[in-house]
Design a protein around this ligand. Sequence first.
Ligand code: ADP
Ligand code: MG
Length: 249
Amino acid sequence: AVTAAPVLAITGLRKAFGALVATDDVTLDVRPGELHALIGPNGAGKSTLITQICGELAADAGRIRFDGRDITTLPAHARARLGLGRSFQLTQLCPDFSALENVLLSIEARHGGSFDMLSNPRRNGANRQAARDWLDRVGLADREDRRVATLGHGERRQLEIAVALARQPRLLLLDEPMAGMGPEESAALTRLLGSLKRHYAILLVEHDMDAVFALADRVSVLVYGRIIFTGTVDAVRDHPDVRAAYLGE
Ligand code: ADP
Ligand code: MG
């Protein structure tokens, strides 16, 4: 079978904080259109790995390739420009601006714009429809004029996804997007991610196993910084080490 080249390919990645090895010889790839879930207990190193992928934290060892290109030593902003989109556990929204303005800023940032564009009616108008389309895509069409500070928790997370998508990423990195959500919000976000996958490569860190099992094409399990298993949802559910180490059985 022909397998498309991975969007993201990590090999032997490591990060230590003093004596604590947070990520240890991590090898993982994400293929085009794949939703790859990363699960593991608290402190396993999931957020450290995401932070290393987006470049805010340097690797002690290992390589990261993105779209076939070695990005191991590139700074975070250069990785973002290449299409690495990060969301969550990092608040990137402007609370005093409307939902629409936040997406507009993201579109403008893609073109090297700045806050000035909000007072420039011509450029503003040119991207307004695109921003509306992103809001519609994430289910916030009726919230465009609402200030971020007045949005609900789940709505902010939907907006963060719209902001990330407006940068037209090749890979979306999501770190526990469902944390703090009630069942209805989680179900809505699960539906949204289901509608996005296949159009995007997504690496999803998530504790909500219902969401992971519903969405993931493959699951990797990280325990004490090491990937102990990568496989399909069915395989990961049945794996004895995974049940013992993670599902608490
Ligand atoms: P997870 O996201 O899987 O819960 P983290 O990546 O946040 O795990 O943390 C992995 C381990 O690294 C934990 O033991 C955590 O305390 C430690 N750690 C994370 N960031 C730092 C840091 N900046 N300095 C020191 N230790 C850290
Ligand atoms: Mg974390």
